[in-house]
Design a protein around this ligand. Structure first.
Ligand code: C2E
Ligand code: MG
Ligand code: MG
Ligand code: MG
Length: 288
């Protein structure tokens, strides 16, 4: 039957499928090993206040320090980790490393401000997650009100009721919640008002062409206005140019993150930057 339907082509196609499945299986095996052997490392990217130009926080971004391939970017393994049920273990390792590092910075006299950590929508369907996060905060000593979790809108497509319950629990613990890549996902505006969130992150795809594209300017302006009227903070991601920052300031955006301010960097590099950039004065213990 396969021959009648195109013979060799069918053959090649199924061989590709096998190749792909095999490649994934070996990557999954390597990833399990990475989690066991502590091969993950965390990079840090600064977040700035657009008003006073001061450091207000830092986003933790995972990197895989692969024994042969070197540093591997998250897009190469996060989707697989989600698919194979490894994402919560991975996410908790990143959280623990980032909290440990930031607590150490505070002890040494660097104040990194708010620590933002990405949390996969998949993790929000796991009931034990709030307790696991609470344990990590206790263990590392990182103050709960200085933790912000970034979640994309994709959690709306799976088990929304349970995810909402977990989000509410995290908020009740005192953790801040941000919607990452805002504007690209599935959320409806009616959901937005029910969500226990404090921040919107304007997706990089809207920031990129801000200077030349009137539609992207209109969209970013609308997101900022929406955030303001709902009492949320708004941060723009992917800011690479002064011109983009100027437009965002004009539109009333609160914060920015991007190559203009600093690329994601190792903890060592970030310490140097933090030392040279005292944290925003508005960011006292009581306002955090
Ligand atoms: P994200 O959370 O939206 O992170 C922003 C991504 O944009 C990062 O890519 C960052 O390096 C990149 N970026 C920041 N500023 C600029 C800029 O000015 N220009 C450009 N072109 N890019 C910029 P990265 O580190 O490769 O991470 C990609 C995505 O992987 C993240 O997107 C996040 O969704 C996911 N991710 C990273 N770490 C974790 C993690 O620990 N857990 C989970 N669940 N996901 C993670
Ligand atoms: Mg993020
Ligand atoms: Mg993002
Ligand atoms: Mg994005």
């Amino acid at each position: 039957k396969a021959k009648e339907n195109g013979g060799n082509r069918f053959h090649f196609y199924s061989e590709d499928m096998t190749q792909d499945a095999l490649r994934k299986m070996s990557l999954e095996e390597e990833l399990r090993q990475a989690l066991q052997e502590d091969q993950l490392t965390v990079y840090y990217q600064p977040q700035y206040d657009l008003g006073n130009k001061k450091l207000v926080g830092v986003e933790a971004l995972v990197r895989w320090n692969h024994p042969e391939k070197g540093l591997v970017a998250p897009m190469e393994f996060i989707p697989l980790a989600e698919e194979r049920g490894l994402i919560n273990q991975l996410g908790l390792q990143v959280l623990q490393k980032a909290c440990t590092q930031c607590a150490q910075w505070l002890n040494e006299g660097f104040d990194p401000g708010i620590l933002a950590v990405n949390i996969s929508a998949r993790q929000l369907t796991e009931r034990q997650v709030p307790e696991q996060i609470s344990q990590i905060l206790k263990f590392t000593g990182w103050p709960v009100h200085r933790l912000e979790l970034e979640v994309t809108e994709s959690f709306f497509i799976s088990d929304t009721q349970r995810s909402l319950a977990v989000l509410n629990q995290l908020r009740d613990m005192g953790i801040k919640l941000a919607i990452d890549d805002f504007g690209t996902g599935y959320s409806s505006l009616s959901y937005l008002k029910q969500l226990p969130i404090s921040k919107l992150k304007i997706d990089r795809s809207f920031t990129r062409d801000l200077i030349d594209d009137a539609e992207d300017r209109a969209i970013s302006e609308a997101i900022i206005a929406l955030g303001k009227s709902l009492g949320l903070q708004v941060i723009a991601e992917g800011v690479e140019l002064e011109g983009q920052a100027d437009i965002l300031i004009h539109e009333g955006c609160d914060q920015a993150q991007g190559y203009l301010y600093g690329k994601p960097m190792s903890a060592e590099q970030f310490s140097l930057l933090a030392a040279a950039n005292p944290v925003s004065e508005g960011l006292t213990e009581t306002s955090l």
